[in-house]
Design a protein around this ligand. Sequence first.
Ligand code: SAM
Length: 313
Amino acid sequence: MNKLITDIGNSIEAATRFVKGYIISIGSVTNIFSAIENNIQTVDDIAEEYGYRNKRLLKLYLDILCSYSILKKENSKYFLVDGVNIRLEKRDFMLDKMKEDLISFFMSLINVFPHLLIDPNNPLATTDFERDANIWSIWLENDWFKSVRWAITEIGRIGKRDYILDMGSGSVSPLYFAEIVGENGRVTGLDKSKKMVEIARTKIENRGYSWVEIEHCDIENDVGLDEEYDIVILSMVLEYVHNMEKVIENAYNALKDGGRLIIFKMPDNPIINFTEALIPQFVKLRTTREIKEVLTKVIVKEYGDLLIVAHKY
Ligand SMILES: C[S@@+](CC[C@H](N)C(=O)[O-])C[C@H]1O[C@@H](n2cnc3c(N)ncnc32)[C@H](O)[C@@H]1O
C-alpha cells in the first residue's frame, strides 16, 4: 500500500488512542461519573439532573464508554465497572507517527461536547459547516488535511490539465487541486454550505485562479454535470449524506470514460464516531464494504480502510 496512506492511517490510529483518555475524562467535567456514582443512572435522569437537552448525544457518549468497558448497562441503567482509570500507554505517544494537528483538530471537536449536551443548537459548539464555515476553513488548511489531498493526488495520478470535480469540496481543497492541474486544467467544487462557497470564491478571486469555480449545490440532488471530468473526488463527505447511492450516481455520471472516482473516508471506530457526532451534519460513518456495494460498473481498488479508487470503463 502507498506509504502516504499508511502514514495517514497510522496518524489516525495514534490520534484516536491519544484522545481516548480525554474523551473519558470529559465524563468528569460534565458530572456524568458523579451522577452515576450517586445512583442517577439512566439517560433521562442524568439529562434532567444537569439540564442536558441533547439526550441522543448523552446516550451515544454513555454507550461509547460501555464499548471501552468503563461503564456497563443493565436495564437502561449505567454502572461504573471499575472506577475511571485513565491509563495512557507508551504507544499512545507515538508522536513520530502522527500529525499533532489531527490531535488538536479532534480536541477542538471534543471540546464542544459539554455545550452540545446542553443544547444541540448551542452557538458555542462551533462545528457547523454553515454557521462555522470560518473555523472550518482554518481547520481544513491543517497539514493533516493537506496530507490527505497529497495522497489523493498521488494515488489518483492527478496532474497538469486534468479536469477535476470536487464534491463536498469545502473552501480549501479546490485551491489545492487548482495548483496541481494548472491553468490549462479545470476544477469545479460543489458544496452545500453557502458560507463555505463564499469563502472559497473570495480565495479564488484573490489568487486569480480563473480555472476554478465553486457552485452552491447539494450533491444528493441532480447536479446536472455530464461526462466532463477526468477525476471526481469525494473526500470526507460521504459521512454527511443520507443518500449515498445518489451521490455516487452523480459522481459516476460526471466522469469521462476511463475517468477515476477517488473516495477518501474516515475509518469506522468508536472514537471517530464520537468526534464526528459532534458535527451537526454528521449522518454515519461508511464502511469500505458498504461503499463498494454501491460502486457498480467500475473497477475498484482499495487502500486500507481509507481510500477507494474506482475506474470507469
Ligand atoms: C469535512 S468537510 C471536507 C471538505 C473537503 N472535501 C476536504 O477534504 O477538504 C465536508 C464538506 O462537505 C460538505 N457537504 C456535506 N454534505 C453535503 C452535500 N449534501 N452536498 C454538498 N456538500 C456537502 C460540507 O458543507 C463541508 O464543506
